[in-house]
Design a protein around this ligand. Structure first.
Ligand code: ADP
Ligand code: MG
Length: 419
């Protein structure tokens, strides 16, 4: 039921209006002046206000202005005992909903209140709908914003997924190519190992026979030179075949505690006699103090280190420095680290991945097996090998053999290239 405020200075009018309207079921409150009415309006909302135009201090028009400022939905009805056109027009201009004159009959009062509260209900409904509409608009905007954000997010995610898939595909392709390459290598390797094995005996016979002929025959000039060529070349062939068989048919690793610096000293002595003397090559040694023994297969480690030293010499045809060091490294576990560095031609960046592959060589007379053997030997010792190189500056090969008992007791089988 609508709530109604009655403002009149005449008590009888207030009470009559009050009783009539309350009987109809309305909530009715009364005030005798504008100020009293204002205090009540601050407390609660009214749907309809019936105010006398002539009030003691401020006129009923003040209530109209108050309603315009504070609650536009409240319908204000002007009541006056002295009807005149000017005040009526003024009141309506100020926003009065209706204008009735005293004496007010019951039906007139009821009718005006009914109309006013209907208008009021409509206005309230309009306000509610407007607010609802605004809410809806806002929530729509929010939803659009959220959807857009989600769409952007999923587009980003999709793009990332696409990139990831593409990367994975590239990796897969690369792995597959590598696999095919190594499968082919394994097959070729096994065939080559069989052929090498078949060649070894006749080659040995040729080599021995040539040796005998060289000793016994008195040859001169070109003939002598030709026999020398046969001798040297069959020697070289024997080396290649032996190298290849060592690689293709690796011996099992047999480890005993070794002093790595003793091995290095032997090899460096041999190197300075055999190879380094020919070109201007300086050798530097840096050994750490009190190096522990390390579990090594002496013969195979010698071979691996020898391959590194020979490569270093071959990388410096115009001379340079080979520096060899042996130290204990505890950076990532306990290791004995052997470093062989040269000041030679270095390794092209694109080549660095391939140098450990068997048969990869950039040398006219190379077999491409030296580093493959190094790699295999180091892995068989559960060690690591690393290379750093700068083209034109030199290369550094770093081998790490484990010192801790767990890893050094790890008897790994050598990796074989044949199946
Ligand atoms: N110290 C080095 N300096 C420059 N290049 C090197 C060095 N060691 C190895 N390489 C490169 O790695 C390739 C493979 O070496 P390796 O397996 O010993 O075979 P090979 O010596 O028979 O060529 C060499 O042909 C060379 O291109
Ligand atoms: Mg080599």
């Amino acid at each position: 039921m609508p709530s109604i405020l009655i403002v009149d200075d005449e008590e009888t009018v207030r009470e009559t209006f009050h009783d009539v309207l309350e009987l109809e079921g309305h909530d009715v409150l009364t005030a005798s002046s504008f100020n009293e009415a204002k205090a009540m309006l601050a407390e609660q909302r009214f749907d309809v206000a019936l105010t006398d135009l002539m009030l003691p201090q401020e006129s009923g028009l003040s209530l109209l202005r108050y309603a315009a400022d504070h609650d536009e939905t409240m319908s204000v009805v002007m009541v006056t005992g002295h009807p005149d056109l000017t005040t009526a027009v003024e009141a309506l201009k100020e926003g009065a909903y209706d204008y009735i004159t005293k004496p007010v009959t019951r039906p007139v009062l009821l009718a005006v209140v009914e109309r006013a509260s209907e208008r009021n209900a409509l206005l309230r409904e309009k306000g509610r709908l407007e607010a609802e509409n605004e809410d809806y608009q806002r929530s729509l905007e929010r939803k659009v914003r959220e959807r857009t954000a989600r769409l952007r997010e999923s587009e980003k995610r999709y793009r990332e997924l696409f990139q990831e898939t593409r990367r994975a595909y590239e990796e897969l392709k690369e792995t597959q190519e590598k696999l095919i390459r190594s499968e082919r290598l394994a097959a070729v390797g096994e065939l080559a190992a069989q052929i090498a094995h078949e060649i070894r005996n006749p080659l040995g016979a040729i080599s021995n026979s040539v040796g005998v002929l060289r000793r016994d025959l008195e040859l001169h000039g070109d003939d002598r030179r030709l026999l020398e060529v046969v001798h040297d070349e069959s020697q070289r062939l024997e080396d290649i075949v032996a190298d290849f068989l060592r690689f293709a048919r690796p011996r099992p690793i047999h480890k005993i505690p070794e002093q790595v610096t003793a091995i290095l000293d032997d090899l460096l002595l041999l190197l300075s006699q055999e190879r380094a003397a020919k070109s201007e090559i300086r050798i530097e040694k840096h050994y750490g103090a009190d190096l522990p023994l390390v579990e090594l297969d002496s013969a195979q480690t010698r071979e691996a280190l020898w391959n590194l030293l020979v490569n270093a010499v071959e990388a410096m045809p115009k001379g340079g420095t080979i520096s060899v060091s042996a130290t204990r490294s505890t950076k990532r576990g306990d290791f004995l680290e052997v470093v062989v560095a040269d000041t030679g031609k270095g390794i092209h960046a694109g080549e660095r991945d391939k140098i450990f592959e068997p048969f990869h060589t950039t040398k006219a007379e190379g077999t491409g097996l030296g580093l493959a053997i190094v790699h295999r030997v180091v892995e068989a010792h559960a060690g690591e090998v690393e290379v750093e190189s700068e083209e034109g500056q030199g290369s550094t090969f770093r081998l790490r053999f484990p010192l801790s008992p767990e890893s050094s007791s790890d008897e790994r089988q050598p990796i074989e290239i044949h199946r």
